[in-house]
Design a protein around this ligand. Structure first.
Ligand SMILES: [Zn+2]
Length: 75
């Protein structure tokens, strides 16, 4: 299943940059449904730019990270 790390975007009228704030965590999004794996966010697939997983776990959503590691083990 396709998935990628993205920063959740706010609605366009809320913030001109589109990003919530500087220390927002990246979430793992399902590229088919646009749903984050922690179920907290939905956004249009491939709308935000992809974030590379760097191994710095504190920059990433804990729930999504757990899922991500499980997915990577299986593949
Ligand atoms: Zn998440």
């Amino acid at each position: 299943m396709a998935h990628r790390w993205e920063l959740p975007l706010t609605s366009e009228e809320a913030n001109s940059t589109g990003y919530i704030h500087g220390n927002a965590k990246s979430h793992l999004f399902n590229s088919e449904t646009g749903m984050s794996y922690c179920k907290k966010y939905w956004q249009k697939p491939y709308y935000a730019s992809e974030i590379k997983y760097t191994g710095k776990d504190r920059d990433f959503c804990k729930k999504c990270l757990k899922k991500y590691k499980r997915l990577e083990e299986v593949e």
